[in-house]
Design a protein around this ligand. Structure first.
Ligand code: AMP
Length: 120
Protein backbone atom coordinates (compact mmCIF):
# COMPACT_ATOMS: atom_id res chain seq x y z
CA UNK A 1 0.00 0.00 0.00
CA UNK A 2 2.84 2.42 0.87
CA UNK A 3 5.72 3.09 -1.47
CA UNK A 4 9.01 3.34 0.45
CA UNK A 5 10.54 6.16 -1.61
CA UNK A 6 7.39 8.30 -1.80
CA UNK A 7 7.57 11.57 0.15
CA UNK A 8 3.80 11.69 0.69
CA UNK A 9 3.76 8.08 1.94
CA UNK A 10 6.39 9.19 4.46
CA UNK A 11 4.12 12.02 5.63
CA UNK A 12 1.28 9.48 5.99
CA UNK A 13 3.58 7.19 7.99
CA UNK A 14 4.79 10.12 10.11
CA UNK A 15 8.45 9.54 9.26
CA UNK A 16 8.70 13.06 7.84
CA UNK A 17 6.67 15.96 9.24
CA UNK A 18 3.57 17.37 7.64
CA UNK A 19 1.23 20.08 8.86
CA UNK A 20 -1.89 17.94 8.87
CA UNK A 21 -5.29 19.62 8.67
CA UNK A 22 -7.58 16.62 7.98
CA UNK A 23 -7.31 12.90 8.47
CA UNK A 24 -9.71 9.99 8.00
CA UNK A 25 -9.19 6.26 7.49
CA UNK A 26 -8.45 6.72 3.79
CA UNK A 27 -7.60 10.40 3.28
CA UNK A 28 -4.98 12.85 4.56
CA UNK A 29 -4.67 16.60 4.00
CA UNK A 30 -1.72 18.79 4.92
CA UNK A 31 -0.39 22.25 4.10
CA UNK A 32 1.81 22.62 1.03
CA UNK A 33 5.42 23.33 2.01
CA UNK A 34 5.70 26.07 -0.66
CA UNK A 35 2.27 27.71 -0.67
CA UNK A 36 1.13 29.46 -3.86
CA UNK A 37 -1.81 31.15 -2.11
CA UNK A 38 -2.81 32.02 1.48
CA UNK A 39 -4.63 28.67 1.61
CA UNK A 40 -2.73 25.85 -0.11
CA UNK A 41 -3.59 22.37 1.11
CA UNK A 42 -2.75 19.03 -0.49
CA UNK A 43 -5.40 16.31 -0.20
CA UNK A 44 -4.27 12.74 -0.83
CA UNK A 45 -5.46 9.14 -0.53
CA UNK A 46 -3.47 7.10 1.98
CA UNK A 47 -3.24 4.42 -0.69
CA UNK A 48 -0.23 4.99 -2.94
CA UNK A 49 -1.75 5.79 -6.32
CA UNK A 50 0.93 7.46 -8.50
CA UNK A 51 -1.30 9.63 -10.70
CA UNK A 52 -4.68 10.09 -12.35
CA UNK A 53 -3.50 7.62 -15.00
CA UNK A 54 -3.36 4.89 -12.36
CA UNK A 55 -6.85 5.33 -10.90
CA UNK A 56 -8.99 2.18 -10.94
CA UNK A 57 -12.74 1.72 -10.50
CA UNK A 58 -12.09 0.56 -6.91
CA UNK A 59 -10.61 4.00 -6.15
CA UNK A 60 -13.83 5.88 -6.95
CA UNK A 61 -14.95 6.01 -3.31
CA UNK A 62 -11.72 7.48 -1.98
CA UNK A 63 -11.69 10.13 -4.71
CA UNK A 64 -15.22 11.04 -3.66
CA UNK A 65 -14.01 11.31 -0.04
CA UNK A 66 -11.26 13.66 -1.20
CA UNK A 67 -13.85 15.92 -2.85
CA UNK A 68 -15.88 16.02 0.38
CA UNK A 69 -12.72 16.72 2.42
CA UNK A 70 -11.97 19.63 0.05
CA UNK A 71 -15.46 21.02 0.61
CA UNK A 72 -15.09 20.73 4.41
CA UNK A 73 -11.59 22.25 4.41
CA UNK A 74 -12.72 25.17 2.22
CA UNK A 75 -15.41 25.91 4.81
CA UNK A 76 -12.99 25.57 7.72
CA UNK A 77 -10.37 27.77 6.05
CA UNK A 78 -12.98 30.47 5.36
CA UNK A 79 -12.77 30.34 1.55
CA UNK A 80 -15.99 28.49 0.73
CA UNK A 81 -17.86 31.71 -0.07
CA UNK A 82 -14.99 33.73 -1.59
CA UNK A 83 -14.08 30.80 -3.84
CA UNK A 84 -11.26 28.41 -4.42
CA UNK A 85 -9.66 26.08 -6.94
CA UNK A 86 -9.02 22.34 -6.76
CA UNK A 87 -6.20 21.18 -9.04
CA UNK A 88 -4.73 17.84 -10.02
CA UNK A 89 -1.54 17.86 -12.05
CA UNK A 90 -0.95 14.68 -14.04
CA UNK A 91 2.30 13.74 -15.73
CA UNK A 92 5.18 15.75 -17.08
CA UNK A 93 3.31 18.33 -19.14
CA UNK A 94 0.64 18.58 -16.45
CA UNK A 95 3.34 19.76 -14.05
CA UNK A 96 3.25 16.77 -11.70
CA UNK A 97 6.34 16.61 -9.48
CA UNK A 98 5.27 14.21 -6.73
CA UNK A 99 3.98 10.86 -7.99
CA UNK A 100 1.43 10.18 -5.27
CA UNK A 101 -1.89 11.49 -6.56
CA UNK A 102 -2.91 14.72 -4.84
CA UNK A 103 -5.35 17.57 -5.18
CA UNK A 104 -4.26 21.14 -4.46
CA UNK A 105 -6.89 23.22 -2.62
CA UNK A 106 -6.02 26.86 -3.30
CA UNK A 107 -7.71 30.05 -2.18
CA UNK A 108 -7.57 33.17 -0.06
CA UNK A 109 -6.75 35.52 -2.96
CA UNK A 110 -8.08 36.05 -6.49
CA UNK A 111 -6.53 33.19 -8.45
CA UNK A 112 -6.94 34.73 -11.89
CA UNK A 113 -7.28 32.78 -15.08
CA UNK A 114 -6.89 29.03 -15.08
CA UNK A 115 -3.70 29.16 -17.14
CA UNK A 116 -1.27 31.77 -18.36
CA UNK A 117 -2.16 32.09 -22.04
CA UNK A 118 0.56 31.56 -24.59
CA UNK A 119 0.72 30.81 -28.28
CA UNK A 120 -0.31 27.22 -29.04
P1 AMP B 1 2.71 18.70 -8.06
O1 AMP B 1 3.56 19.65 -8.86
O2 AMP B 1 1.25 18.77 -8.43
O3 AMP B 1 3.25 17.30 -8.05
O4 AMP B 1 2.75 19.26 -6.59
C1 AMP B 1 3.60 18.80 -5.60
C2 AMP B 1 3.45 19.75 -4.42
O5 AMP B 1 4.00 19.12 -3.27
C3 AMP B 1 4.18 21.08 -4.58
O6 AMP B 1 3.24 22.16 -4.48
C4 AMP B 1 5.18 21.08 -3.41
O7 AMP B 1 5.36 22.36 -2.86
C5 AMP B 1 4.55 20.11 -2.45
N1 AMP B 1 5.45 19.44 -1.52
C6 AMP B 1 6.60 18.78 -1.83
N2 AMP B 1 7.15 18.26 -0.73
C7 AMP B 1 6.32 18.57 0.31
C8 AMP B 1 6.34 18.32 1.71
N3 AMP B 1 7.32 17.62 2.30
N4 AMP B 1 5.32 18.80 2.46
C9 AMP B 1 4.32 19.50 1.89
N5 AMP B 1 4.25 19.76 0.57
C10 AMP B 1 5.23 19.32 -0.21
Amino acid sequence: MHSPDCIFCKIIAGTIPGQKVFESDRVLAFRDIAPAAPVHILIIPKKHIPSMNDLAAEDAAVIGEIMLAAQQLAREEGIAESGYRLINNCGKEGGQVVYHIHFHLLGGRPLGELLARQAL
